[in-house]
Design a protein around this ligand. Structure first.
Ligand code: ZN
Length: 193
């Protein structure tokens, strides 16, 4: 898997989610490379979180860095096979997504999260964290991606109606760009014959 790029809504790839990562997989060169690529893409796009399915890699992996800059790369966190429990009061916060560029909307989610996850180590190790604030928010957003869920699925009717036109336009643009790609491929094919 060398050509990992961000997949945009409404591509059905985003709906496929991820599968559990096996312990032996975590030590392969491919795994480490893909994770490092995820961090690079997240920083390059100015994101604060990225889930593997967003680059067409269907595993239960996501990375976050609420500071959003490689300068603060020590704040970067990797979560493999996460399992979360949410708690605390419900809070409404504006969210965006690298797979839905330029669109933001308010999403209601619990304030706090307890997360258990695997870390890359020789002994199969599982850690856990209790977080709130922005970190909790990003974790819940990325966790949804592993289930093929997007933040736009969680909007109230009112919130969704505010961004409806933009979503339709993005879908239209995606179709046009696919058409252009197909045209290009056909031309190449004709030339080849
Ligand atoms: Zn997202």
């Amino acid at each position: 898997m060398s050509n990992l790029e961000i997949v945009y809504n409404p591509d059905s790839i985003l709906r496929r989610g991820g599968r559990r990562v096996r312990a032996d997989e975590m030590h392969t060169e491919e795994f480490v490379e893909n994770v490092s690529r995820m961090f690079s893409i997240m920083y390059a796009r100015g994101g604060i979180g990225l889930a593997a399915p967003q680059i067409g890699w269907h595993v239960n992996v996501f990375v976050i860095n609420v500071r959003g800059r490689p300068l603060h790369s020590t704040h970067g966190l990797l979560f493999v096979n996460p399992k979360i429990t949410t708690y605390g009061k419900l809070v409404k916060i504006k969210e965006g997504c690298l797979s839905i560029p330029g669109i933001e909307a308010k999403v209601t989610r619990p304030e706090k999260v307890h997360i258990e996850y695997d870390i890359i180590s020789k002994d199969k190790e599982r850690r856990s964290l209790d977080v709130k604030g922005m970190t909790s928010r990003v974790i819940q957003h990325e966790y949804d991606h592993l289930d093929g869920r997007l933040f736009i699925d969680r909007l109230t009717k009112k919130e969704k109606s505010k961004i409806k036109q933009e979503l339709i336009q993005q879908a239209k643009n995606a179709i046009e760009s696919k058409k252009r790609k197909i045209k290009k491929l056909k031309k190449l094919e004709e030339k080849g014959n």
